[in-house]
Design a protein around this ligand. Structure first.
Ligand SMILES: *Cc1c(COP(=O)(O)O)cnc(C)c1O
Length: 354
């Protein structure tokens, strides 16, 4: 293994830790004391440094602001039952980060650089990792084109930044969703499988229209006549059909979710049959009519599971059985939590102890 350059650490003199109420953590607004910065210049990634979290100066001509070369990740660190801190499936998040960067023409970085950076930052802000079950430290690595120039081109300079923030349990009320038959999140050959900023920007308008109509979010489809379901908002989607866990197969228009993969692994381990196959509006309607559609839910790092209660398909609302603790989605969620906290065995080496 190549020896990594030492990551320099400048600790804050004004920690904000004492201002945080760890029993009442909102999602997505509290930021830990430090951040990690690294620049890509002259065809290489430079040294990483950890500094107090704060604003960065950018030029209005910075290429990312105009042409959108921006890629991010979202993962979590947990305080385990024994008191250790563990990062969940860092290697899988790294692999996806690399695939997203390649799709957006952003230069690769080694696993060593990425993992050492994440671990060092989590260590620096170890006191920010919440201990309450269901809470965690959200970790946001991202990279963007920082070169200053307004002529369109692939940038030659980039910034890699990681910041973190403690988040509480994300209880999602059962959702009312709409099968979106006009707009699409992603197209075959497009950037749907990359975690790039623009995918989110493009999804806001159809999602806000759906909210005005009284839905929580949309079920994205592949745009075909069959209306094959792809994702649920910014989450992957799964169904329980006649006791079988069904989820759309990965393609370049579906984001390869780490939670999706973890759910598939755990479901199989628990003895459920899992099918990665297309599932269209017609099958959903007949599943509602003959009672074989038992559950529908989204999966993602932020909420882990978001159960769906109502699905609107071509002008009609269809209602699923009331969500209960015994639902397959919540049973798998509990097992996942047990693995993360070191309560259930970590057979697949998903936890990286820092
Ligand atoms: C991040 C993301 C997901 C969920 O991925 P996880 O790795 O499980 O957090 C699903 N769909 C989209 C569009 C996403 O951006």
């Amino acid at each position: 293994m190549i020896a990594t350059e030492k990551i320099t650490v400048e600790k804050t003199k004004n920690s904000r830790l004492s201002e945080v109420d760890f029993d009442k953590l909102p999602f997505g607004s509290i930021i830990s004391d430090h951040m990690l910065l690294s620049d890509y210049l002259n065809e290489e990634w430079g040294p990483s440094s950890i500094v107090p979290f704060g604003h960065i100066e950018i030029s209005p001509t910075m290429l990312a602001l105009h042409y959108g070369q921006i890629v991010f990740e979202g993962m979590k660190a947990f305080k385990m039952k024994e008191g250790n801190i563990s990062i969940f499936r860092m290697d899988k998040h790294y692999e996806r980060f690399c695939r997203s960067m390649e799709r957006m023409c952003i230069p690769a970085m080694s696993f060593e650089r990425f993992s050492e950076a994440v671990k060092a930052l989590v260590k620096a802000d170890a006191d920010w990792v919440p201990a309450n079950e269901g809470s965690s430290l959200y970790i946001r690595p991202f990279v963007f084109a920082s070169e200053e120039r307004f002529g369109v081109k692939v940038a030659e300079e980039y910034k890699f930044i990681i910041f973190t923030g403690p988040v509480g349990p994300y209880y999602s009320n059962p959702l009312k969703v709409k099968v979106e038959d006009k707009y699409r999140r992603a197209a075959r050959g497009g950037t749907g499988s990359a975690k790039c900023a623009g995918n989110y920007g493009g999804a806001f308008y159809p999602s806000s229209l759906a909210r005005k109509e009284g839905f929580d979010q949309v079920l994205w489809t592949d745009g075909s006549a069959e209306l094959n379901i792809e994702e649920s908002g910014t989450m992957n989607v799964m169904f329980l059909v006649n006791g079988v866990v069904v989820t759309p197969p990965l393609s370049d228009s579906i984001l390869d979710g780490v939670t999706r993969d973890s759910f598939i692994t755990i479901a199989k381990d628990m003895g459920y049959k899992v099918e990665e196959r297309k599932i269209g509006a017609k099958e959903l309607v007949s599943g509602f009519e003959n009672g074989t559609l038992q559950e529908a839910f989204g999966t993602g790092t932020a909420a882990v599971v978001a159960p769906i209660q109502v699905i609107h398909i071509k002008g009609k609302d269809y209602t699923l059985p009331t969500v209960k603790d015994s639902n397959v989605s919540l049973t798998i969620k509990q097992r996942l939590s047990d693995i993360r906290l070191g309560v259930a065995p970590d057979k697949n080496n998903w936890n990286t102890i820092v």
